[in-house]
Design a protein around this ligand. Structure first.
Ligand SMILES: [Zn+2]
Length: 229
């Protein structure tokens, strides 16, 4: 029996681990979250303050909550199936909340991380959202500057962010929805939105799986890494 098959059989027999809280979870729960974490999550995305160049922004959960834990587990696991499941959750939530858009795009991970991890978590989130909104999902941005952002101050993030992305697409439609896994300071989304506007978009909206509480203090800025990947 292959290791993969053995693992699959074990998953059927034994309860899994909730990606939100680490607790045991029974069979058949959607995208693996336990009932407690499910109950803590809103069904609809809520408005958050849009960063500069973004018309309106929504997020589904808090970075400090179960959804944030699931996002981190999916991203760093790495566990692309978990991220894809979160994408379907985000898509269900987005369907009845967002204004009409013409295109869905995402904040791409740097190439080095894509090669190491094997997937781009923002792309995995964006594609089901595009499907739910019945519009195409297209890669439009390219990371041109790398560098670790964890531990940097908000000011440094904003300064670096302005130079970090370049438009890699032509003829953008009027209304573009930018998707990312996490928003913290908004510097990343703002820098990407500026590029999209320069590329012909007239309105850029932002949807993230989770958002960090603003003003979370130094401890928060030490571990937040939304900017680099
Ligand atoms: Zn849980």
């Amino acid at each position: 029996m292959s290791a993969r098959l053995a693992r699959a059989l074990l998953d059927v027999v034994l309860p899994g681990e909730c990606p939100g809280c680490g607790g045991a979870v029974g069979l058949g729960t959607p995208d693996g979250l336990c009932p407690g974490c499910e109950a803590a999550l809103p069904a609809l995305p809520r408005f958050v303050d849009p960063p500069p160049f973004v018309v309106a922004a929504w997020t589904l959960g808090e970075y400090e909550g179960p959804l944030g834990a699931a996002v981190r587990r999916g991203k760093y696991g790495p566990d692309p199936a978990l991220v894809a499941g979160l994408g379907r959750r985000l898509a269900r939530a987005a369907r009845h909340r967002l204004p009409p858009v013409d295109l869905v795009t995402w904040v791409p991970v740097p190439l080095s991380r894509l090669l190491r991890r094997g997937f781009d978590q923002a792309r995995l989130l964006a594609r089901p959202v595009a499907g739910a909104l019945n519009v195409p999902a297209r890669s439009t941005l390219r990371r041109v500057r790398g560098g670790e952002q964890a531990g940097r101050t908000a000011r440094e993030r904003w300064r670096e962010g302005r130079r970090a992305w370049r438009l890699a697409a032509r003829r953008l439609p009027r209304r573009v929805l930018l998707v990312d896994d996490v928003t913290t300071t908004g510097a990343t989304a703002s820098a990407c939105a500026a590029e999209l506007l320069a590329g012909g978009a007239e309105r850029v909206y932002l949807l993230t799986a989770c958002a960090a509480r603003r003003g979370g203090g130094r401890a928060m800025s030490d571990f937040l890494t939304s900017f680099d990947d």
